[in-house]
Every structure is written in C-alpha cells, then in structure tokens.
Ligand binder design. Sequence first.
Ligand SMILES: [Zn+2]
Length: 472
Amino acid sequence: MNRFAVLKRHTVVKRHNIFAFLFLTLASIFVSQFAFAQGQQSQKMEAPKRIAIRAGRLIDGKSDKPILNALIIVEGGRIVSVTANGNPASDPKNYPGMEVIDLSHSTVLPGLIDAHTHVLLQGDNTAADYDPQLLKESIPYRAILGARNAQVAMSHGFTTLRDLETEGAMYADVDVKTAINRGEIPGPRMFVATRAMAPTGMYPLQGYSWELDLPHGVQIVDGPESARKAVREQLSHGADWIKYYSDRNYFYKADGVLHSWVNFTDEEARAIVDEAHRQGHHVAAHAIGSDGIAAALRAGVDSIEHGDGMTEEQMDEMVRRGIYWVPTIMVGASVAPARQGNWPKMVETEKAAFQKAYRKGVKIVFGTDAGGFAWTGADSLNEVMELNYYVQYGMSPMDAIRTATTRAAELLGMSDSLGSIEAGKFADMIAVSGDPLTDITELERVKFVMKNGAVYKSENNTLAENRGKDLK
Ligand SMILES: [Zn+2]
C-alpha cells in the first residue's frame, strides 16, 4: 500500500512536469493570439519611439496636490520628463515624430501596485471552493487561468503585482511571470513568492482520510534545517519573496484581543527569515491574530499580511522598525458571510486597528488578496475596491492612492523605478475620467492603462465624453 503510493506519486510528479511544459507553451500561444485579436498591445511589439501624453490632471504619486495640464514625455518605456502647465506645448504640431496621447480631459495616475494577490487561485470562501482547485484541476490548467487573471488585474489598472503564493500550484507563478517578461502574454510586472511554507498539519488540504496522499497548499516545513532548505529551493526556482504562515485558528479572549495559534517555533521562523535575508530577499508573513503577529515580529519579517488583531504595542514596534502592513480588508469582508464564526467580528477588529495604525504612521501598503475572492464571474470583485475601505475608514484619498503607488514601490524595493510619474521611472500609468480625490470609486472605472510605455487599454470613446469639461 505504502510502496504503491510512493511509486505512484513519483510517476505523477514526472507527468506533471511534461504536461506543465506542453500546456504552458500552448497556453502562451493561445493567450497571446487572443490578446492580438483584442487589439491589445503585447509587450513584444515595439513601443513607439517617443510619446507625448497630455494629462489634464496628474496625480504623480509624490506631490501633495495634483498637477494641472501636465505634459509627460515617454521614450523607450521610461518617463523622460514631466512638465506642469504643458498646455501651450500640447499641440501635436509642436511634437513632430511623436505619438500624442490626449488625456487632457482625464486624471492620470501611476500604474497601481497590488502587494498581495494569488493569480493561481479562483476564490477561497471555504474548503468547498479551495479543495477542488487542488484536487480536480491540473497545475497547467491553473497556470492558464493565472495568465488570464494577470490580465484581469492589468485591465483594472494594476501594472505591478506581488503575488504571494500559488496555493498548491508549485512554481507556476514563475512561469506566468516569465511569459509576461518575455512578451508572450500581456500582464503586470510580477514579484512572486512561489509555494509559501507552513508546518505539517497546519495548512489545507485537511480533513481527508489518512490513507490518501494529498497535495498541500504550501511547502511543508518542519525544523530549522528544513526551513533553510525550503527557502533555498524556492529562491533557486525563482521566488522573489519568501512567504510563510505565522498563525491559524483565530479567536477572542476576555481581553478583547484577537488571538491565534502560532504555527512555527521561533527557531523555525527565524531560520526562514535569516536564510531569505542572507540571500538578499524579503519575507512576508501571514499573521492575523496578535500571537501570530508577535511571532512574525520576533522572527524579523518585512511585511505583516492581514494583521487583523494588531495591538497598539505592535503598531509602535512596526513604526520603530519600519515594518510594512498589508491589511487586505476587502477579502476579510468578502469571505466573512460564508465563513461565519469569528470572521464577521474580525472585520470590525481590523477596522479599529487600521484607524489606529494610520494615526500612528504604520507603513500601510495596498493589498487585496485577490484570488481569495474570484477574479472573474458573478462573485468577482474589482481589486481597487480595497481603496474604498481605506477612505471609509478615515484615510485621505491621496494617502490611499499612495498605499498603491509610492508606498508599495518602497515595500518592493523598487522606488527608483516604480510608484510615481517622474523622469527616469518606468512609464506605467493609468487614467480615469473623473477625480479620484473627490470620489475614490472613480478608480473602479479605469479607462487607460500603459505599462512600460505600451498602451494596454484605451477606452477613448469614454474619455471623449469628458471633453469640454473644466478639470479645475
Ligand atoms: Zn493571501
């Protein structure tokens, strides 16, 4: 019985590799053909030499106020210059040989960054949603959906993603990233975490007969040596970030604080973080309860994911040490009705924590956990709705936009190239018809998306409707 199970597993693994290669190749061809058919510009197609972009209102990601009538010159995928009051110069005749993109009746912003996604996951309300994806869908099939989901994110204005683990789809995030970088399919810049880690018995799939040899949503890691080896493996296969699950089982005690069961011993968690840092990579920890957050802070992680039960002392420590918080509010609100138990109350707990952390100056970064809710279909949500929560919870719209631009670029260590519209940075930008500073939900209706100087989406007809309106 055991011997048979072992042999069978080896065969399955080999088959996976061959089919993964074949299917990914076919998927790439299919998706890129589809993109061309849609008239979307692949990264492989050469961007025009010089582009002049007229922006009626520019929120550049850095300035406290919008810049009116800006002129942005783009060359070779990078921003060459940004000039305020560029209107007199905006006559296309003044720019011979340049392509002029007229967004003079729109608001232009930096391409958005979602620092917490799962492109390999299609919704995770309960085990009934999660388990069949690992049990009934092959990794090649999931990779095809992942490539599609990356494009969904782009169409919503996200030109960069930090994708925080594949939920059992091994290293397929690296393949999606590679296909995008090679220009085979359009999609955001991706920073990927591959498999993530949890100890034996502390992450799905769970609750099945012990006779079955089942896939896991993470790489199982027990003991500090195993932790170091897992980090080395993941980095060698292309992980940009390392992620681990610090806690599980969230509950309230009489102190009113949200507690949790901690997964790794301190020795194990420190080994993960130390090995990643030793090799120049950063670590994100899933930590929802205060105990899980405390353990992650002791281990020295760089970002706390979710963090619903964060205490004031922990916030102070995070400010002191410059640790980022990616609160992922919308996913909590979205899964709470299906999960019940403590989940609805956790949304309220996190709201209170968010308000305190904002006042204290914790570095809050935009992240949605997209994939935890569906990317497509009737249950899907536009990731940018996360910003609505921030503003409803009291954050200024400008600060909210910064969580998904300059602050997120800082988290990624990419402040030199991403997060703002200024000379020298990648030409990643989006446009909306109205003013997101007066109505943040305007960002749910992104009309224009450019990545690396190439236009991915342009709903010019809608922008034309705005012509003649005074943007002041
Ligand atoms: Zn997640």
